[in-house]
Ligand binder design. Structure first.
Ligand SMILES: [Zn+2]
Length: 507
C-alpha cells in the first residue's frame, strides 16, 4: 500500500485559501555555496571552527531539551528589489505570517507533526518518535517598539520593524544588530540563503527569502511584486529552513559519516525534492535514501516541497537553542504572542480516562459563526496550542465537540431497564451524567418518552435520538457546560477535562 503519509491541511480557520500559480521549480538554497566562499577566508574559517566547537561542547545531546523561558528573537523585515510600499497591509500581513510559520515549526506545533507521528507509529524502527523535539525554545516576534535611533521612524511601515528599499542582504548595518533580519527580494536565482551560525553574532546580518516564498498562510498579495505566490514553496518553509541555517544547522544531505554533525538525523548524501511517499507496508520511502539508510526527507533542512517539510529533530533544536542563547539578541522590542498549550483529558461518566470517540469533530465558535475541524488533525496527543497559525488569536474563542455517529454503540436492553427503574423510582440514578445520558429527547427531564426514544434507536426503528446527538461532551472547567470559552492563553499548560457521555448509555 503506497500511502502519502498525510495530506497537509492548507487550512486555515477563517482564512480563505487562494493561490496564484506562478512557478514550479526545485528548491534551491544558496547557503552551502555562500558558506564555502566564507570559509576561503582563513581567519573566518578559524573563528568559525572554534565557535562551532565551543557551541557543541556546551550541549548535552543525551538530554532531551526542555523549555521554561523562551529565547525571544526580535525580527526586522527588509523588502528590496521591485517590492514597493504600495500595499503596506500586504507587507505587514506577510511578515506576521512568516514569523508565525517559523514559530509553529520551531515550536513543533505545526500541523504536519501529525504526519511524522503517523510515520513513527507505523515504522518505529525507521522513523523513531524519540527524535522529534518537544519544540525548540526559540520564539520569534516582529519588532514593534524601541526601534533603533539610526532608522527614521518614517522609514518604518505601520510602526513595525519593516523597511522597503533601505537595506539589502547580507547586512542591514549596525543599526539592526541584535535582530534577526529577514531580507525579502524578487528575481533571486534561489529561494533563500543564510549565513551558517549567523545567529552567534547578530551584527545586522540575517536571512534572505525570495518574495514568492515569503509569508506562508492564506492567499498571495502584491506590493510591487506578488508575495507568497510560488507554489509549492508558499507555506513559509523557506523562512524555517534558512532560520535553521542561521541558528547553526547544516543541510541533512551534507554526506555520509554524520557530515551534518547531527547524530539523530540519518546520513544522507543527496537532497530530496517534491513530496516523497512512504510505503507503510515495508517502511521504505521513494526518497533517494543515500548512505544506506532511509532519509529524513521530511526534515526542514532537506529540499522537499514546503508541505512535505515537517520536523526538526531534538539534536537540531539543541544546536539552534545554544546558538540563539550565545547570540546577543536584543530584548524589549515588542510583544511576543503569549500562547498556552491546552491539555485535554477525556473521561467517561464514571470518570475513567477514555480516548475520544472516532469521528468526533471540534467546533470553533467565533461570534455567530462556527468552523468545524477534526481533532485528529488538530490535536497532538490530546493537546492544542493556541494561538497558532491554524487558530489565530480571537476574542473569546469558544469550542465544543460533536459526534453523531455509531448511535447504537454500547446501548443494550440493560440501559432500557435502568432508565425504567429510575423513572419508576425503583432504583434512581446516582450519577447526574446518567440523567443527562437518558434524556435523549433533550426535554430537560426524564419520562417514558425518553425510554421510547432509546428503544426505537436500539431496535433500529429510528436512526438517531429525538433531541440529542449520539454523544454529548461536557466541560468540567465551566460546570459541565457544552460550549467552553477557551481560557485566555497565559504561557502555561492549561488542563481541560471533558466528560464524554454516550447518550442512552447509563451503565
Ligand atoms: Zn539550505
Amino acid at each position: 500500500m503506497m500511502k502519502r503519509t498525510k495530506l497537509v491541511y492548507t487550512l486555515v480557520l477563517l482564512l480563505p485559501f487562494l493561490i496564484t500559480y506562478e512557478s514550479q521549480a526545485q528548491r534551491t538554497c544558496g547557503t552551502d555555496i555562500y558558506h564555502a566562499k566564507c570559509m576561503e577566508d582563513e581567519r573566518f574559517a578559524k573563528q568559525f571552527d572554534t565557535a562551532q566547537k565551543v557551541l557543541h561542547a556546551n550541549i548535552d545531546f543525551l538530554k532531551k531539551s526542555a523549555c521554561n523561558d523562551p529565547i525571544l528573537i526580535p525580527v526586522a523585515v527588509h523588502f528590496n528589489g521591485n517590492i514597493d510600499d504600495s500595499d503596506p497591509t500586504c507587507l505587514i500581513n506577510k511578515s506576521f505570517q512568516q514569523i508565525e510559520v517559523m514559530n509553529a515549526d520551531f515550536g513543533a506545533y505545526n500541523f504536519e507533526i501529525i504526519s511524522f507521528l503517523e510515520l513513527a507509529n507505523a515504522c518505529p524502527d525507521t522513523y523513531a518518535a524519540e527524535v522529534l523535539s518537544q519544540g525548540s525554545c526559540i520564539q520569534f516576534y516582529l519588532a514593534s517598539k524601541n526601534h533603533p535611533d539610526c532608522q527614521a521612524a518614517s522609514d518604518l511601515i505601520g510602526g513595525f520593524a519593516i523597511t522597503v528599499g533601505k537595506h539589502s542582504w547580507p547586512n542591514a548595518s549596525d543599526c539592526w544588530s541584535g535582530y534577526l533580519n529577514i531580507f525579502v527580494e524578487n528575481d533571486l536565482d534561489h529561494l533563500g540563503l543564510a549565513p551558517l551560525f549567523g545567529g552567534l553574532n547578530p551584527n545586522g546580518n540575517g536571512i534572505q527569502i525570495a518574495a514568492g516564498a515569503f509569508g506562508g498562510i492564506g492567499s498571495s498579495c502584491t506590493s510591487g511584486v506578488p508575495l507568497d505566490s510560488n507554489v509549492p514553496f508558499h507555506l513559509g518553509r523557506t523562512g524555517t529552513h534558512e532560520a535553521g541555517h542561521y541558528f547553526g544547522l547544516r543541510h541533512v544531505f551534507e554526506g555520509c559519516g554524520n557530515a551534518d554533525q547531527i547524530e539523530d538525523t540519518p546520513d544522507q548524501e543527496e537532497s530530496n525534492t517534491g513530496s516523497p511517499l512512504v510505503d507503510f507496508s515495508d517502511c521504505i520511502s521513494d526518497a533517494i535514501n543515500s548512505c544506506g539508510s532511509q532519509d529524513f526527507f521530511f526534515s526542514f533542512l532537506d529540499y522537499v516541497d514546503d508541505a512535505s517539510m515537517w520536523i526538526f529533530t531534538d539534536d537540531q533544536c539543541q544546536v539552534m537553542e545554544q546558538t540563539a542563547m550565545m547570540g546577543a539578541f536584543l530584548s524589549d522590542k515588542g510583544s511576543p504572542i503569549v500562547r498556552s498549550k491546552y491539555q485535554f483529558e477525556f473521561v467517561d461518566i464514571n470518570n475513567n480516562p477514555i480516548t475520544l470517540p472516532e469521528e468526533t469533530k471540534i467546533i470553533f465558535h467565533v461570534n455567530t459563526q462556527t468552523d468545524t475541524l477534526s481533532p485528529v488533525d488538530l490535536f497532538l496527543e490530546n493537546s492544542l496550542v493556541y494561538p497558532s497559525p491554524y487558530i489565530p488569536p480571537l476574542q473569546d474563542l469558544k469550542i465544543s465537540f460533536y459526534n453523531d455517529t455509531n448511535v447504537t454503540h454500547s446501548l443494550s436492553a440493560l440501559d432500557l431497564l435502568a432508565i425504567q427503574k429510575h423513572i419508576l423510582n425503583i432504583q434512581p440514578f446516582t450519577n447526574p451524567f446518567q440523567s443527562l445520558a437518558a434524556d435523549t429527547n433533550n426535554s430537560g427531564s426524564l419520562s417514558a418518552l425518553d425510554l421510547l426514544d432509546v428503544q426505537k434507536v436500539l431496535l433500529a426503528i429510528n436512526p438517531a435520538f429525538a433531541g440529542k446527538a449520539s454523544y454529548s461532551f461536557y466541560f468540567e472547567n465551566c460546570s459541565n457546560c457544552q460550549i467552553l470559552t477557551l481560557p485566555a492563553p497565559d504561557g502555561s499548560v492549561q488542563n481541560i477535562k471533558v466528560t464524554v457521555v454516550k447518550n442512552g448509555n447509563v451503565n
